[in-house]
Design a protein around this ligand. Structure first.
Ligand code: PLP
Length: 398
């Protein structure tokens, strides 16, 4: 095979049968997205104009008033939190992460706390937890309830952060009702909630004021990209805290659709979101990917991924000491259920697959405690199904 760009730098490539996770470099770009990024990289634009153009595309696809391309969903959470704390006050923007004298508490349901909420704290906010997750502890059936969120709201509350999952409680509409009743915005982490494609609009329709998506996961954009979409004022605040504003006030003419200069007493200096820089090629790549993602039906996507899963299912046929299952659903997957007499545990199998040569194979290890290794077709390329089977089969043989 021809030398790849990774070979040139002595970096091994992998077979990614886990899905578009950040640690495994996300997915890969479709040729249209890669071409668009290459072309975008050969010209210059004024960055606020670029973000204003992007905002229109994001608004159209998500139903939001406005939106921006971020360097990831986590960056969206950081900038969204900052926007909820500062509003359009450039003095507050320039003080962050010092939040003295401003609303700086973000309410979260305790069972929704996760590693990514560091981005919320990174903006300078303090997280206030509510509810006891009895349903996860096994001690009972309940989780946080809307009244607990309402009771936790004080004059210091900047936002409620709600993490979208299939089982999140209370429901977003209820959370939005109590938050909005007290004039508090709701920020939704929907990083990994695509597909279904309807989720691009759903959280905003259910009452979110801001929603953050990953661009490098299912959308198929550049690995270091994401979207923050929502209310016009909050997006204006977020972009003001992100843009490079090394410009004379008289010289600065931002498009009013994104930044209404008349509403500002002055421009803030570089803000808390400035380290989350996105390049022009990233913005364009994300937009092209987003349009393609929104144009493909869930059924067509599911059929396309299902064909890869079926190939892997067929290639794994006859494997020793394990049962192979093809699962239905929006993303069809292949599950390998190890039998008690298998030569390795499921986790050991994952470790050994990752040490295989010529190419390491990464699968989803999250169910290995139950003896199951899951293969996700999302980032598998032509020929990978056979390569995966060729690595797995000898490892399950004595
Ligand atoms: C992946 C993920 C993130 C981070 O997204 P990035 O685009 O990698 O910044 C945040 N929250 C959740 C729930 C995620 O799954």
């Amino acid at each position: 095979m021809a030398m790849s760009i990774y070979d040139r730098f002595g970096i091994p490539t992998i077979i990614n049968a886990k899905g578009p996770s950040t640690r495994l470099s996300g997915g890969f770009l479709d040729a249209d997205v890669a071409t668009a990024m290459t072309e975008a990289a050969t010209m210059c634009v004024e960055m606020t104009e670029l973000h204003a153009g992007a905002s229109k595309v994001i608004a159209q696809v998500t139903g939001a008033e406005a939106g921006i391309v971020t360097s990831g969903a986590a960056a969206g959470l950081l900038m969204g939190t900052a926007a909820c704390m500062t509003g359009l006050d450039p003095g507050k923007m320039s003080r962050l992460p010092d939040t003295s004298g401003m609303k700086n508490e973000v309410i979260m349901v305790r069972s929704q706390r996760n590693s990514y909420d560091h981005a919320v704290r990174g903006a300078g906010a303090r997280i206030v937890e509510v509810g006891l997750p009895d349903r996860y502890a096994g001690a009972g059936v309940r989780d946080a309830e809307a009244w607990e969120i309402r009771e936790a709201i004080t004059e210091r509350t900047a936002a409620v952060c709600w993490v979208a999952t299939g089982s999140a409680q209370p429901a977003l509409a209820e959370v939005a009702r109590v938050a909005h009743g007290a004039g508090v915005p709701v920020l939704v982490d929907a990083a990994g909630q695509l597909p279904p494609v309807t989720n691009l609009k759903r959280f905003l329709a259910e009452g979110a004021d801001l929603v953050a998506f990953s661009g490098g996961k299912a959308i198929g954009g550049p690995q270091g990209s994401g979207i923050l979409a929502g209310k016009r004022d909050l997006i204006m605040s977020a972009i003001l805290q992100h843009l490079d504003l090394d410009v004379y006030w008289e010289q600065w003419t931002p498009p009013a659709s994104l930044i209404n200069k008349d509403r500002l007493p002055g421009a803030p200096p570089h803000g808390i979101g400035r380290p989350c820089k996105v390049g022009k090629e990233t913005v364009i790549g994300l937009l092209v990917a987003l349009q393609k993602f929104a144009a493909e039906t869930d059924e067509a996507r599911s059929r396309r991924l299902g064909a890869i899963a079926q190939r892997l299912h067929a290639a794994l046929a006859g494997v020793d000491h394990a049962r192979v299952e093809l699962t239905a659903g929006m993303t069809p997957k292949v599950e390998l259920h190890l039998m008690k007499d298998a030569p390795r545990t499921a986790l050991q199998l994952c470790v050994d697959m990752e040490r295989a040569s010529p190419a390491a194979v990464y699968a989803d290890p999250s169910r290995t405690r139950n003896g199951v290794v899951v293969f996700n077709p999302w980032c598998m390329r032509e020929g990978d199904a056979e390569r995966v089977a060729a690595v797995v089969k000898p490892l399950l043989r004595y």
